[in-house]
Design a protein around this ligand. Structure first.
Ligand SMILES: Cc1cc2nc3c(=O)[nH]c(=O)nc-3n(C[C@H](O)[C@H](O)[C@H](O)COP(=O)(O)OP(=O)(O)OC[C@H]3O[C@@H](n4cnc5c(N)ncnc54)[C@H](O)[C@@H]3O)c2cc1C
Length: 394
């Protein structure tokens, strides 16, 4: 395991840093008050469009994609460095859902499907959402019930999806549907591309506990989707849906963000001491614990990227990284709340001195779903137990 860049990677890092210094301009104050909903708002998306276009021109929006589809054919380590440097300066890194649906179309789509969907996706002209989870199917996704019945050249869809992020702004949904209810559950699913303007689609907001509208319920009532919008074979959608390209999966962005948070917190503690109002020794120790854990989180990212860079597929290592990082993001928010006390309860700390701009309340509320989204901590622990430790299934 090497902890430093090779000379080639060091050069690449300088190239990325030079590009960012020249082209990315956002004030630290803006970054500090930015919540997740704000980052999905039409204003923010419009403001960052030209930035994303610029990244897209270089193939940096979808670095793992082949050049012929608008990517950059980058190695895992080059993507790792790119992602690390973009996160350090809080630059938006990719268009929503690009990496979830793009590679699937690239690998399993017809030439017509690729030509229709990939270029507008990279140009940011269309927004996508992911219609996988249902009220009774989350961790056990293969049990999904939304039904698609063939009728001539169309499928007719009835059912419901839930927790669909960005459905209220999406033009398209990539959706898993049940096309054969009698087959074993993984073998009766088809992967469809659904135009959100189709008659019979209704989207209802779900407001999260931070009072933000990010995800939704989506209902389908006799929605017709042309058969030509199916990706891959009928009833093979489960396997189509698990497609990935060789993405960088270290989630270094999370470690970089945690580092920023703990640095801000340390500055706050130092400022309080300098101002004659030190925080308690117990709180100082809590901050130190978070700093140590952040270093561990970074190392777990290195483990994952090292495995990938050596041609391996991270499995339980990716689960360890996801579980540890998401649980640490919650502990970090708790510590922010403890250390900042009454000030931390301000939801939007605009107008305060910069050392007080810790988004403790928002971090506290918005990190709750971190251990649910993209696979719950319990599921990650199951993977670590069975695939990592060889324990029997419970
Ligand atoms: C912020 C956010 C955004 C999301 N965005 C999307 C989206 O855009 N599109 C989409 O399709 N989905 C989305 N989801 C849904 C997400 O994928 C599911 O919430 C997740 O897979 C868990 O499923 P569930 O909510 O049905 O919980 P369940 O699977 O019902 O789990 C409930 C509880 O039981 C536990 N549990 C379940 N099975 C086991 C087991 N085998 N062993 C031990 N414990 C178990 C879980 O850990 C959990 O604590 C989003 C979720 C969140 C929080």
């Amino acid at each position: 395991m090497r902890f430093t860049d090779t000379p080639e990677l060091a050069d690449w890092r300088k190239t990325v840093q030079g590009f960012l210094a020249q082209h990315w301009k956002r004030t630290e104050a803006e970054e500090e008050v930015m919540g997740e909903a704000a980052m999905l708002s039409p204003e923010y998306l419009a403001r960052t469009k030209s930035w994303l276009d610029r990244l897209g021109e270089k193939g940096w929006l979808a670095p793992a994609w082949p050049k012929k589809y608008g990517g950059a054919d980058m190695s895992v380590l080059e993507q790792f460095v790119l992602s690390e440097e973009l996160t350090k300066v809080a630059a938006p890194t990719s268009r929503q859902m690009l990496n979830l649906v793009g590679p699937t179309i690239m690998l399993h789509g017809t030439e017509e499907q690729k030509a229709e969907h990939l270029p507008p996706m990279l140009r940011g002209e269309v927004a996508w959402c992911q219609g996988f989870s249902e009220p009774g199917s989350g961790s056990d996704l293969a049990s999904l019930q939304t039904r698609a019945v063939r009728d001539g050249d169309d499928y007719v869809i009835n059912g419901q999806k839930i927790w669909t992020s960005g459905a209220h702004r999406a033009d398209w949904m990539f959706v898993l549907t049940r096309t054969d209810p009698d087959a074993p559950k993984h073998r009766g699913i088809s992967y469809l591309l659904l135009d959100m303007k189709s008659p019979g689609v209704s989207v209802r907001p779900l407001v999260n506990l931070a009072d933000e509208h990010i995800f939704n319920e989506v209902f389908f009532e006799d929605v017709r989707v042309p058969v030509r919008n199916r990706i891959g074979e009928e009833n093979r959608g489960w396997y189509v849906g698990t497609t990935t390209l060789d993405f960088e999966r270290s989630n270094i962005a999370r470690a970089v963000n945690l580092k920023k948070q703990v640095t801000r917190l340390s500055r706050y503690v130092a400022d309080r001491a300098a101002g004659g109002q030190p925080v308690s020794p117990a709180q100082r120790i809590e901050v130190v614990d978070r700093a140590v854990e952040t270093a561990v989180c970074e190392l777990l990212s290195f483990v994952v990227v090292s495995i990938q860079a050596n041609g391996g597929v991270p499995n339980m290592e990716a689960s360890m990284n996801k579980m540890y990082g998401s649980e640490l993001s919650q502990r970090m928010a708790y510590t922010e709340m403890h250390v900042t006390g009454m000030r931390g309860q301000l939801r939007r700390p605009e107008g305060l001195e910069s050392q007080d701009k810790i988004r403790a309340a928002m971090d506290y509320l918005t990190t709750v779903p971190a251990t649910i989204a993209a696979g719950t901590s319990e599921i990650q622990r199951n993977i670590i137990a069975t695939r990592g430790l060889g324990l029997p299934r419970g």
